[in-house]
Design a protein around this ligand. Sequence first.
Ligand code: F6P
Length: 365
Amino acid sequence: MTKIKRIGILTGGGDCPGLNAAIRGIGKAALFHSDIEVLGILDGYKGLIENRVIQLDLNILSGILTRGGTILGTNNKCSPENYYEGKDANGKPTYTNAVDRCMQTVEEHGIDVLFVIGGDGTFTCTKPLVEAGLRCIGVPKTIDNDIHGTDLTIGFTTATRIGTMALDRLHSTANSHHRVMVCELMGRNAGWLTLASGLASGSDVILIPEIPFTMDKICAFVEERRSKQSGFSIIACAEGAHALHGEPVVSQRVKGSPDPIRLGGIGRQVAHEIERRTGIETRTTTLGHIQRGGEPAATDRVIATTFATAAFERAIEGEFNIMIGLRDGHMESQDILEAANKQRLVPPNHRFVRAARAMRTCFGD
Ligand code: F6P
């Protein structure tokens, strides 16, 4: 048993439904355990560097289980080793290594363990902090469900529900107007969200980054469907999906950001190409951040609370610098850096892919 007096909680990377449930889970478990003090770091590593820390008590932690986003705020543009200081005299952005500043905050507040709720980027950022002596525990979250070492991440289930609902709703217009409707979902490198939403909604075509497509295959499939009575097609397309030998479509490059590439636009390109080649009216809907918003589904509340309390238990047992995860139905842990800079992609022969193919879903390959 390790004597812990004060813990810190930080959320990093993009927000997702279930973050507050995880904050509440860690915080309440600690407060109920033996009056351990709980501190919240605001806006991810930025707040750790800038020493923006608040006390979390039962009042603050109550009523947040069902709320989307994160009460702590988050940031995916700032890492301890790459802190934006401002512009120099020539207007050039300047960045510094702020690991020492993070450690000063940790020491000033007497944080014995820092719980980081995040994805691979957030976990990668723990490396210099752990080397400087900080004890961290990772809790995995992302709507992409692509973190190495866990079968499920906080946020994925809710995002899949939203993706499914959107695809279901597109069926009405597709069917009534005999159109092709392309829906672009999030997912830069991993297609889990699009695959699961596509499978759940019975989408006719599913395009994911792991299975490159050709327009010939998609158009032939859509035309075949047109010749049947229904005539319409629904296409679930991940933002990172790309043509065979092609590249993902970049919508913006953000200068100076550790995460500079923003994808977007493949849905529109695919739709344009279908209409051009087949003459079928084809429309695009891009879900964007709608997939990350709103209240968490029950499964996300359950997984967030389970991860949170398991992470806290590990800390009490003296296990640090690990990430908690769910593997084959069991709560497991692994070195936190095992999850860093890695992604859990969809194996092209995964059972979800096979199930969809058995339903005659086209992957464009
Ligand atoms: O990693 C989660 C995610 O929602 C991705 O699916 C998406 O590409 C990215 O974040 C978008 O991030 P941002 O909100 O910073 O543009």
